[in-house]
Design a protein around this ligand. Structure first.
Ligand code: PLP
Length: 394
């Protein structure tokens, strides 16, 4: 006998992956240059040169037993020290090696953090639009997801709209900024207002309400925007970070949980994160990836290509009559289905070899997500198809 729920979860393909695979098939049929695949969030910018050099240096090291060996479950001490130092230098947050737990990317960081907080009846507030794995993660740890609907005026954080969703069971709120899929970057003032609300609600219910900052896109910001470092604004913040997007290393599976000293019950919480990770089968984050980020945690991504892509797409598509959300961060852009439901529009777009996933799984019906981490050439080639699609469909 198998666990039916898990069989179904494993058998159910993500719509984005399905679209991506359909694209591969279609490319074989009509030629790769005629398919415009905006489905998947795989960074298109190569990892920085410093990463390649760090790999070469790592490969040349004589102590291969150490390079490829287990590290401690929390991460190698030299790596934790280097990353903590970098965080402290950039954000003046007093980060220490002891606050960092290295994980196989942001996804397990989120799982371990939520599992650590999942007391009986725990509720996790999620702001739509959200990363489509959140419902699976929260369900898997036994929590209840409470969704704040998206404000489709600007997709920004409006604290007064969040307040009604708190209950005595609220354990944490997940904040993902820069946001996947909207590209919106929450401003400091809005986050400060959220911090005030969280303090008020924590006092009202008599227990700390944590903020889980899901930040794989922290460094991917444009137009002079900055991503406020949330632990500096709200004491009970836990950061889940990865280098999947910033250093273009999604397949290397490397990230961390940062539990600041000033977080409520920080030592217990850190231990609970470590314990939860252990219960989920964590042994250690990949050792080679750890040593790479030890060398490269100060390296900033080259975001020029993403910046150009979003501008070209936004200008062209709005010119044709699409309604788009201007992204100030990450590498996605939301467009509103100009006719039909988002699913219907996505199906119609396939006839033009445009692959764009609907945002129902992101908690944002009526919208679709364009991944702008693609080649600029492909964007330029896709524009006549986008124009024909809206002209024909309306
Ligand atoms: N959180 C968000 C908002 C994401 O977009 C992603 C990946 O796309 C993740 C978490 C998972 O990141 P990782 O690949 O580091 O596990």
């Amino acid at each position: 006998m198998l666990v039916n729920e898990m069989v179904q979860l494993g058998a159910k393909r993500s719509g984005i992956r399905e679209l991506f695979e359909y694209g591969l098939k279609r490319k074989a049929e009509v030629g790769a240059e005629n398919v415009f695949d905006f489905s998947i969030g795989n960074p298109s910018v190569p990892a920085p040169q410093a990463v390649q050099e760090a790999y070469k240096a790592l490969a040349a090291r004589p102590d291969t037993v150490k390079v490829h060996g287990y590290t401690s479950a929390t991460g190698a001490m030299s790596v934790r020290e280097a990353v903590a130092k970098n965080l402290d230098e950039r954000f003046h947050c007093g980060a220490r090696a002891q606050n960092l737990f290295f994980t196989c990317g942001a996804a397990p960081a989120l799982m371990s953090t939520m599992k650590a907080m999942r007391v009986e009846g725990a509720e996790f507030i999620v702001l739509a639009p959200y990363f489509p794995e959140y419902p699976t993660f929260i369900h898997a740890v036994g929590g209840k997801m409470v969704t704040v609907p998206a404000n489709t005026e600007d997709f920004d954080l409006h604290v007064e709209e969040v307040e009604p969703y708190f209950t005595e069971h609220t354990q944490a709120i997940l904040v993902n900024s820069p946001n996947n899929p909207s590209g919106v970057v929450y401003k400091k003032e809005a986050l400060e207002a959220l911090a005030e609300l969280l303090r008020k609600k924590s006092a009202e219910y008599g227990h700390p309400i944590y903020l889980i900052a899901d930040e794989p896109y922290r460094e991917l910001v444009f137009d002079g925007y900055e991503t406020p470092f949330i632990p500096n604004l709200y004491e009970n913040t836990v950061v889940c970070y990865s280098w999947s997007k910033s250093l273009s290393l999604p397949g290397e599976r490397i990230g961390y949980v940062y539990v600041p000293d000033r977080c409520a019950d920080s030592v217990d919480l850190f231990n609970a994160v470590a314990g939860s990770a252990r219960a989920l089968g964590h042994i250690c984050a990949p050792a080679t990836s750890q040593y790479i980020v030890e060398q490269c945690c100060g390296v900033m991504p080259n975001i020029k290509a993403y910046d150009e892509n979003r501008k070209t797409l936004y200008e062209a598509l709005t010119g044709y009559g699409y309604t788009c959300v201007y992204p100030h961060g990450a590498f996605y852009m939301l467009i509103k289905a100009p006719f039909g439901t988002a699913l219907e529009f996505s199906e119609k777009a396939k006839e033009y070899n445009i692959l764009v996933p609907p945002c129902e799984p992101f908690g944002c019906p009526g919208y679709l997500r364009l991944s702008t981490c693609v080649s600029h050439d492909m964007i330029l080639r896709s524009l006549p198809a986008f124009k024909a699609l809206i002209e024909q469909g309306c």
